[in-house]
Design a binder for this molecule. Structure first.
Ligand SMILES: C[S@@+](CC[C@H](N)C(=O)[O-])C[C@H]1O[C@@H](n2cnc3c(N)ncnc32)[C@H](O)[C@@H]1O
Length: 248
């Protein structure tokens, strides 16, 4: 397995905001897009308990079975919930500080690893979760297909991928609509966001974060050995896909 290149401390903006929140200090998240658009949010969501989760998130947890891989686990809210329920969970995250917080909060198995470096032996997992819009970590059409093919080999026959994303077209914000047009013109998917995350003086490197409609997700899955079994809607642009292996 390829070792994740250790991120420089000044790049660990996700980790620093999670660390600040964990220590009861002022914390916030800024997401900067490459057209200059900024949005802000509160990292307390990463520490929220099951009772406070949205209905579609709660429903998604009912599909979890067996050995679980939580990709981009953040402060570990899903991993910890599932571990408490008796599941064997491994949380992975690119951020060393996020992984430290997961361990301090009691997650038994947590590892610093980037999605690109995931490569476990065959049949290692029965569920993969990508929550908090982490379908986005697939980055692009091409990278998603490459990683899905790799995930095929390292999972059991009846595995499910539970992945949350946002439908980029469910917006009437002119800045987002313009950005989608800009993306299509430069040969990218409408929702292939080029972003970096900032907190205080910390900033991640720029990376691609992919948000997709259900139709686009089906196109990505086509021919990879995976298909969407069902979608759990939220009532807004957010939805969760339950993805299974295609049975020949
Ligand atoms: C939006 S947060 C979601 C956290 C968590 N899943 C939740 O719902 O609370 C995204 C997380 O993905 C992690 N991340 C970002 N890029 C990653 C990558 N290439 N590989 C693995 N994790 C990554 C970040 O460090 C962050 O903790």
């Amino acid at each position: 397995m390829r070792r994740t290149k250790v991120m420089k401390p000044e790049e660990d903006a996700y980790g620093q905001e999670i660390w600040a929140q964990y220590n009861g200090k002022e914390s916030f998240e800024i997401v900067e897009r490459d057209d200059g658009y900024f949005s802000t949010s509160q990292p307390e969501l990463y520490f929220s308990e099951y009772e406070d989760w949205s209905l579609h998130e709660k429903k998604a947890m009912e599909f979890v079975k067996g050995r679980v891989l939580d990709i981009g686990c953040g402060a570990g809210r899903h991993s910890l919930y599932l571990q408490k329920k008796g599941f064997d969970v491994l949380g992975i995250d690119k951020s060393p500080l996020a992984v430290k917080v997961c361990k301090l909060r009691g997650l038994k198995k947590a590892k610093v690893m980037s999605i690109e470096d995931i490569n476990f032996k065959s049949s290692s997992f029965d569920t993969i979760i990508m929550m908090g819009n982490n379908f986005g970590l697939f980055g692009s059409f091409k990278k998603a297909r490459k990683l899905l093919e790799r995930f095929y080999g390292m999972t059991s026959e009846n595995v499910l991928i539970i992945a949350e994303t946002l439908d980029p077209y469910k917006t009437d914000n002119p800045a987002h609509l313009e950005y989608q047009e800009f993306n299509r013109k430069r040969g990218r998917m409408s929702g292939q966001l080029r972003i970096r995350v900032r907190f205080g003086k910390y900033a991640t490197n720029w990376f691609d974060y992919l948000i997709v409609s259900k139709e686009e997700m089906k196109e990505i899955l086509e021919g990879t050995g995976w298909k969407a079994r069902e979608f759990i809607d939220s009532g807004d642009s957010s939805y969760i896909a339950i993805i299974e292996k295609v049975v020949e």
